[in-house]
Ligand binder design. Structure first.
Ligand code: NAD
Length: 348
């Protein structure tokens, strides 16, 4: 398994492979950059097909966090951790304590929080052994807690901005949106979209999550493999990454792609493929920054939930500037966003 020659190795500052035989923990913590501050990014617990897949995910996600934190104007660098889920190493306090010790050993170079497969409760256990964790329960209107509703808020505002830019519509009333994955972020997003009058099509591989959504909201279900190609205006990916590829893009019917999932593009060239089809792509790490804004405000302290919401209100303007520059320069939106992120990091 190549590391320094890995196609997704991008001058990462350090990579940490940690194993704890007692709890069964196997984790990779990837620190991409600390130029702007401690490397911050959530912990993903996932059943990977191979260790190589876990490494690829950690490398790509941590670089994405550098870009996300830079463009959001946060005093955070980029990092990410993955826990290799295994039926012999189920979730347990011991597992998250062992993970917390691994985070603690980095002396604040990496700050963790919840991501796919991890919850507020898991982070509370991590917090029993390290202070380098955010996304903990909040009290009295202070910033903090589960970042997912705030991520959904930013994505919702970003969808409004993208729909205005691409379809010229000043409201989501009657706009058809397909949401892939109705987990923590997807369900909150569906609530906001429904309130705004959007017509929802959803899919999820987890029947329980799907049922929760169906019980609460008027949604049309579509089988997971067909969701990407639904006849809708907006595709909102809120599951996992690598879904926009040379295979899938030619078959999309949506004219806007705007959702929460990290690393939606399989490769940088897929941004150009979307632009060639005149599909407006909201760069994932720009539109989904609401959660990390909440994490940052919680970590540095002294902020209210209201201040977090105000800061998230900046996401649509940021996207509109990227859309406008992409149009003027005839470049894909992901290229414009990446260049912006790299400029910010380089100037640190
Ligand atoms: P989650 O695990 O709560 O939800 C993901 C959902 O997607 C699950 O219900 C899962 O069953 C479903 N899913 C997985 N594969 C699918 C497929 N092929 N088709 C349909 N559904 C599928 O995770 P989440 O916290 O809601 O995060 C969703 C995405 O948003 C992830 O990519 C995550 O990295 C990203 N993100 C999350 C946050 C946050 O605040 N939670 C912040 C930024 C980015």
């Amino acid at each position: 398994m190549p590391v320094f020659d890995h196609p997704d190795f991008d001058q990462h500052e350090s990579l940490h492979f940690v194993q704890d035989p007692n709890s069964g923990l196997k984790t990779i913590i990837a620190i991409h950059s600390t130029a702007l501050g401690p490397a911050a990014g959530g912990c993903r617990r996932w059943q990977y097909a191979s260790d190589a897949d876990a490494l690829t995910d950690a490398l790509r996600l941590s670089r994405g966090m550098t870009y996300k934190n830079a463009v959001a104007g946060l005093k955070f660098g980029g990092g990410k951790s993955v826990i290799l889920a295994d039926e012999n190493a189920p979730k347990s306090p011991e597992l998250f304590h062992a993970f917390g010790r691994a985070v603690e050993s980095l002396n604040g170079k990496y700050i963790t929080a919840e991501d796919v497969g991890c919850s507020v409760d898991d982070m509370r256990q991590v917090n029993e052994v390290t202070g380098y964790v955010s996304g903990l329960p909040r009290s009295g209107g202070n910033a903090g807690g589960d970042p997912s509703p705030l991520t959904a808020m930013g994505v919702f505002l970003g969808i409004e901005a993208a729909v205005e830019s691409r379809l010229g519509a000043d409201s989501l009333k009657g706009v058809r949106v397909a949401v892939q994955g109705v987990g923590h972020v997807g369900l909150h997003l569906c609530r906001l979209l429904h309130e705004a009058g959007a017509i929802l099509t959803v899919s999820d591989v987890n029947r329980d999550n799907l049922k929760l959504t169906q019980d609460e909201l008027p949604v049309t279900e579509i089988a997971p493999p067909d969701l990407l190609y639904a006849d809708v205006d907006v595709l909102a990916p809120c599951a996992l990454g690598n879904i926009l590829t040379s295979q899938t893009i030619p078959k999309l019917k949506a004219t806007v792609v705007a959702g929460a999932a990290n690393n939606q593009l399989a490769t940088e060239a897929d941004g150009a493929r979307l632009a060639d089809r005149d599909i407006l792509y909201a760069p994932d790490y720009v539109i989904n920054a609401g959660g990390i804004i909440n994490v940052a405000r919680e970590y540095y302290g002294g902020s209210s939930e209201e201040e977090v919401r105000t800061e998230i209100g900046g996401i649509p303007e940021r996207l509109k500037r990227i859309f406008a520059e992409a149009k003027t320069s005839k470049q894909p939106t992901n290229v414009i966003a990446d260049e912006l992120a790299r400029r910010i990091v380089a100037s640190a």
